[in-house]
Design a protein around this ligand. Structure first.
Ligand code: ZN
Length: 214
C-alpha cells in the first residue's frame, strides 16, 4: 500500500470517532487492535486533528476514570498516549507507591528503558480489562523518550507511579497488556481490591492469595 492509502483511513476513522463529541468508546481485551504493534506517528494527522484527538483521549480518560489511555484503546493503532494522575488517596498508600501528581501530558512515539535494576510490585488495572486488577512488577525508574503533542522532544527519567503509568501505556503500543506480566494468582476484582488489598503494599495479598512478590 502507498503511504497515502494507509494514512488516509486512519485520519478518516479518527474524524468519525470525534464526530460523536463525547468520551470515546474504550476497546476491551479480545479486540485484535490491543494486540497489534501500533504505527509510529509521522504526521498521519494534521496538527489540528492530532490536537482534537489527544483532547478526546483526555476527555475519555477522565470520564473512565483512569490515569492513562493509549490510542489503540479507542481502536486507533497509532503510537500516541495520554497520561494524567491527580494522585488522590490515603497518604500512606500514595507514599508507598511513589504516587506523585502527574500533570496531563501527551506522549507521541514514546519508548522507555530501565534505569537501574530496582523493581516495584503493586496492583494495577487497565480500562481495557474492566473490573479486574493484578500485581505487576515493573521497573521502578525508567528513561522515557519520545515527543509531546507539539513535537517537542521528551527525554527524562521517570520514577514511582508515573514510571508505572509510562510503562503500562507504552506497552499498549506494542500490543502488550499488563496481564501478560501480572502475577496470575493475584488477580482480584476491583471490589476485592477495595475491600481487602487497598493497603500501601500487596504483601498481605501475597500472603493470603499465595503468591510470591516478585
Ligand atoms: Zn491499559
Amino acid at each position: 500500500m502507498t503511504e497515502s492509502k494507509t494514512h488516509l483511513p486512519l485520519a478518516d476513522r479518527i474524524k468519525e470517532l470525534l464526530a460523536t463529541g463525547g468520551p470515546l468508546p474504550i476497546v476491551a481485551a479480545g479486540d485484535p487492535v490491543l494486540r497489534g504493534v501500533a504505527e509510529p506517528y509521522d504526521g498521519q494527522l494534521d496538527d489540528a486533528l492530532l490536537h482534537r484527538f489527544t483532547d478526546a483521549l483526555r476527555v475519555t480518560m477522565h470520564a473512565a476514570p483512569g490515569v492513562g489511555l493509549a490510542a489503540p484503546q479507542v481502536g486507533i493503532p497509532l503510537r500516541i498516549a495520554v497520561l494524567e494522575d491527580q494522585a488522590v488517596g490515603a497518604q500512606d498508600v500514595l507514599e508507598a507507591r511513589g504516587r506523585t501528581p502527574l500533570p496531563f501530558r501527551v506522549l507521541v512515539n514514546p519508548r522507555y528503558e530501565p534505569e537501574g535494576g530496582a523493581r516495584a510490585a503493586f496492583f494495577e488495572g487497565c480500562l481495557s480489562v474492566p473490573g479486574w486488577q493484578a500485581v505487576v512488577a515493573r521497573h521502578a525508574r525508567v528513561r522515557l523518550r519520545g515527543q509531546d503533542g507539539t513535537g517537542r522532544t521528551i527525554d527524562e527519567v521517570v520514577t514511582g507511579w508515573p514510571a508505572r503509568i509510562v510503562q503500562h501505556e507504552t506497552d499498549h503500543l506494542d500490543g502488550t497488556l499488563y496481564l501478560d506480566m501480572a502475577v496470575s494468582r493475584s488477580l482480584s476484582t476491583n471490589e476485592a481490591v477495595a475491600e481487602r488489598w487497598s493497603g500501601p503494599t500487596p504483601e498481605e495479598a501475597a500472603r493470603q492469595l499465595g503468591f510470591e512478590l516478585p
